[in-house]
Structures are given as structure tokens and as C-alpha cells.
Design a protein around this ligand. Structure first.
Ligand code: SF4
Length: 340
């Protein structure tokens, strides 16, 4: 084990998010708007994607550097063929304590059992509404919320630990907060509401579309008897609350109103094999895929990953203002390459 590495702001590395595909079967406006990702949109060809073998190799070296948690993202990760094989391999890496996946949930019935058998236990499902019409207007693919709720029930029934993530946009789905808290409270499934962020490009973001954590909390407190829950670990991004009657928890993620860059320990591997130190990077990441395909040894790869982390100084959410948002417009990497 290499001595713990730190970035320029003194942050250790603990998490690696691996985007396994840039494709998705939804067209949510804030991530893959249908006007841009239409029928003629060209996704990455197969040889531009990292192979499972390459992902496992990179993850193994990262584990030597202190990474303990892996998260599989996309695009929509369940569109990557034979994903369970990757999970099984990642599960065998020494030092990895936890593997999670973020998905829109549509294909859980199709692939869930194989993923569970391969060792995956934790899944975050992105579900931005519980009302069918509101949800269909968001996903732009006519998928009903009830279809996803069914998939979640199935995943719970085979043993997965599920969390539900909801990105709240003012005037789009803020009326979904109370019915969703109510529904998932009774199921004892953790739901987390995320402040709308200026991720990717062309997502139409501005400050006026953000419902802040305090605004959400006021709404929820007016309907439910709740109390705060202390943080469980360093760098936990959600502030948690508990229903006093049944103990069910929900979280609020203050990505805009109270940023958490100072404890951000996440490295990101994009679907085309590049390293990013931040979800909001505006410069193209170091091309790890080409580097390893040039025939480097594990020692050389380790040195490279260390130096990438050592020079990291990203803290975009800490610095976000109207001006920084404007300056970065159209320059950020799209979310389907890098995961949420
Ligand atoms: S803005 Fe970047 S550095 Fe800050 S928490 Fe988000 S991903 Fe981490």
C-alpha cells in the first residue's frame, strides 16, 4: 500500500466513479436533452470505451492509492452489456469495501439478479417524479414513474439496498417532494433530494431554478414530524433527517447552497477513459485509456494516477457565482460521459 496521497487542497482520495457507457435510454433535459441527443447523435464507438479489463486494472491501482468505494455510472450503466462481469471482477479487488451503481432503474428487472449474484448490493435510482405525467415530461421517453417504482420493488425483493435520488427544479418537479417523501417513508427507502446544478452544457440552468435545501426542508417540516441525523462519515454529501414515527430517513444534497468541495474525495473515470477531478471540469481530462494502451507498466500507471491527484485543485461549487457559470457555459464535459 502506497502512503496516503493528497491533492493540492489536502483532500485524500477515497472514491472512484466509473462511467461505463455514454448512452442512455432517457432524454432528461438537464443531462441529455433530446434536441442534442437525437436519433443522429453519434455515441462513442466500442473501441473508444474502456474494456472491463482496463477498468479493473485502473481500479486495482486506485485501490492501492486509497480508493475504497467504487460507483458505476453512465450514461445508463445497465445498457453496458454483461455489466455483472465487471462487478464480479471489481468485487475481487483488495481494499475495495463498497461498490454502488447509479441507474435510472428501467432495466433492473432484466439485469438485477445477475448483478446481485455478482456481488452488487447498493443501487441509487434516479427518479425525478412520482406522478406519471410529470415524470414522462422529464424523461422525454414516455416512461411512467410507476414502471420505475415496480423495478425498485423488484430490486428490494431480491435484496438490494436502494436509495432514490431526485433532482429538484423549481416549477418542474418541486411539487413532487411531499408525495415522494410520503411514498418512500412508508417503504422505508431512503430518498435524497438534490439541488439542481449547472452540470454539463445546455441544461438551461440558472440560480432561479434552484430550490435550496432550506426551502425543501421548510416544505417537508410543514408536513412531517422529523429530526436531523448526525453525519455517518467524512465527506458525506447528504444532510439526513429521520421521521420520528417510523425512523425512515431522507436526505438533502446541498450541491449549490452549501457546497462540499472541501471534503470531495472523488476521482472520475469518463466512459472514454479520461481522468476528471471534478464533475464541472472544463478542460479535457488526462487520457488514461491511451496511456495504458501504449503499454505502460502498473508502476508507471500508479505514478501517473498519483501525479493527477497531486495537482488536483478543483472546487467549482465553492466558487460558483453567476459569472463563473457564464464563463464555463458550453465548456464543461457532458454528464453522460462522466456520471452524475
Ligand atoms: S464541485 Fe467538483 S470538487 Fe466540488 S464537490 Fe463537486 S465534484 Fe467535488
Amino acid at each position: 500500500m502506497v502512503a496516503q496521497i493528497k491533492d493540492k487542497l489536502g483532500r485524500p482520495i477515497r472514491d472512484l466513479r466509473i462511467s461505463v457507457t455514454d448512452r442512455c435510454n432517457f432524454r432528461c433535459d438537464y443531462c441529455m436533452p433530446k434536441e442534442i441527443f437525437g436519433d443522429d447523435y453519434v455515441f462513442l464507438p466500442k473501441d473508444e470505451l474502456l474494456t472491463f479489463e482496463e477498468m479493473v486494472r485502473i481500479a486495482r491501482v486506485y485501490a492501492e492509492l486509497g480508493v475504497k468505494k467504487l460507483r458505476i455510472t453512465g450514461g445508463e450503466p445497465l445498457l453496458r452489456r454483461n455489466l455483472y462481469q465487471l462487478i464480479a471482477e471489481l468485487n475481487n479487488i483488495d481494499g475495495i469495501e463498497d461498490i454502488g451503481m447509479t441507474t435510472n432503474g428501467l432495466l433492473l428487472k432484466k439485469h438485477g439478479q445477475k448483478l446481485y449474484d455478482a456481488g452488487l448490493r447498493r443501487i441509487n435510482v434516479s427518479l425525478d417524479a412520482i406522478d406519471n405525467e410529470v415524470f414522462q415530461a422529464i424523461n422525454n421517453r414516455n416512461i411512467k414513474a410507476t414502471t420505475i417504482l415496480d423495478q425498485i420493488d423488484y430490486a428490494v425483493s431480491i435484496g438490494f439496498h436502494i436509495k432514490v435520488n431526485v433532482v429538484i427544479q423549481k416549477g418542474v418537479n418541486d411539487d413532487q417532494i411531499i408525495p415522494m417523501v410520503d411514498y418512500f417513508k412508508d417503504k422505508d427507502i431512503e430518498i435524497r433530494f438534490i439541488e439542481f446544478m449547472d452540470v454539463g452544457n445546455d441544461n438551461g440552468w440558472d440560480f432561479s431554478k434552484v430550490v435550496t435545501k432550506n426551502e425543501m426542508l421548510d416544505m417537508i417540516e410543514a408536513h412531517f414530524d422529523i429530526e436531523p441525523v448526525p453525519p455517518k462519515y467524512y465527506g458525506e454529501v447528504a444532510k439526513y433527517y429521520r421521521h420520528k414515527d417510523n425512523g425512515a430517513q431522507f436526505g438533502l444534497i446541498t450541491s449549490v447552497s452549501a457546497s462540499f468541495c472541501s471534503t470531495c474525495t472523488r476521482a472520475r473515470l469518463s466512459s472514454d477513459g479520461k481522468f476528471y477531478g471534478c464533475l464541472f471540469s472544463t478542460v479535457e481530462g488526462f487520457d488514461i485509456k491511451s496511456f495504458i494502451r501504449s503499454g505502460v507498466t502498473d508502476d508507471e500507471l500508479r505514478e501517473q494516477l498519483i501525479s493527477l491527484w497531486n495537482i488536483r485543485d478543483d472546487r467549482y461549487s465553492d466558487e460558483r457565482t453567476e459569472q463563473t457559470v457564464k464563463n464555463r457555459q458550453r465548456k464543461k464535459i457532458n454528464m453522460n460521459y462522466i456520471g452524475g
